[in-house]
Design a protein around this ligand. Structure first.
Ligand SMILES: C[S@@+](CC[C@H](N)C(=O)[O-])C[C@H]1O[C@@H](n2cnc3c(N)ncnc32)[C@H](O)[C@@H]1O
Length: 232
């Protein structure tokens, strides 16, 4: 990609972020309106915004023969972090509601026989067989009924399977919580302290790491977490 293309792409993304998520239409229509103009340059910008996914995927220990589901997969960038382990998986199902991002995910999956891409809602989609791992990367905060998405993820896990989540959040006592809540909400990302509380409650056997990461063009770091919960 030429330098000019990169600059134009970055401009397009920033413009869309400044305009925010469209206010009209169904949830799926608003996602498409928000992401379609960004889809081609999504990954290069989000690489600098969405941290921790590579670490989470490494900690999820995808092994040969496993069935993995990714809810809210976006462009399917996670496949790159799964890397060589992908070929050994029995199945990698990617689920998202936004056709523009799924087009990138399909291109990336490139006909791999064990990878399937589904245009569907993370709160209701269910795999044909139970999953050994479910991954949700920066999607819970964009799903209106996120409690149902967590319940759905839990329901699709095989006994002893793991749910891995990485996302922004509002840490207890965070001085800038009010700022982050408003700043992210403009782009349809709704931070609460409730996500982590609900995850902890749904998965008493869990591992959690709370962190902060740089945000493009801002002089302050945003709070995010990595969570791995073990199903029953
Ligand atoms: C911030 S993006 C993250 C995408 C990708 N997981 C990543 O880390 O780059 C949030 C994603 O959640 C998807 N999404 C939002 N609500 C959804 C829902 N109800 N069902 C499925 N996907 C949803 C959006 O379309 C978008 O792809």
């Amino acid at each position: 990609m030429s330098a000019l293309n990169r600059v134009l792409g970055e401009g397009q993304i920033l413009l869309r972020l400044l305009r925010g998520v469209p206010r009209r239409g169904s949830h799926a229509e608003r996602l498409q309106g928000f992401y379609a103009p960004q889809a081609a340059h999504y990954d290069s910008f989000r690489t600098r915004l969405l941290h921790g996914r590579e670490d989470l995927i490494a900690r999820l220990e995808f092994g040969p023969g496993m069935r993995v589901v990714e809810l809210g997969c976006g462009t399917g960038r996670s496949l790159e972090f799964v890397g060589d382990r992908l070929g050994g998986l029995a199945r990698y199902d990617m689920v998202d509601l936004c056709p523009a991002l799924l087009a990138q995910a399909r291109r990336r999956a490139g006909g791999m026989p064990n990878v399937a891409v589904h245009e569907a809602d993370a709160t209701t989609w269910h795999p044909s067989q139970a999953a050994d791992r479910v991954l949700i990367s920066y999607a819970l905060t964009m799903i209106p009924d996120w409690r149902q998405a967590v319940a759905n993820a839990r329901a699709m896990l095989a006994p002893g399977g793991w749910l891995g989540v990485v996302d922004f959040h509002l840490p207890r006592g965070g001085r800038l919580n009010g700022f982050w809540r408003r700043w992210f909400a403009h782009d349809g990302v709704h931070l609460t302290a409730g996500h982590l509380a609900a995850l902890r409650e749904s998965f008493p056997d869990h591992w959690l790491s709370e962190r902060r990461a740089a945000i493009p063009y801002l002089p302050i770091a945003a709070p995010y977490y990595l969570f791995i919960g073990r199903g029953e």
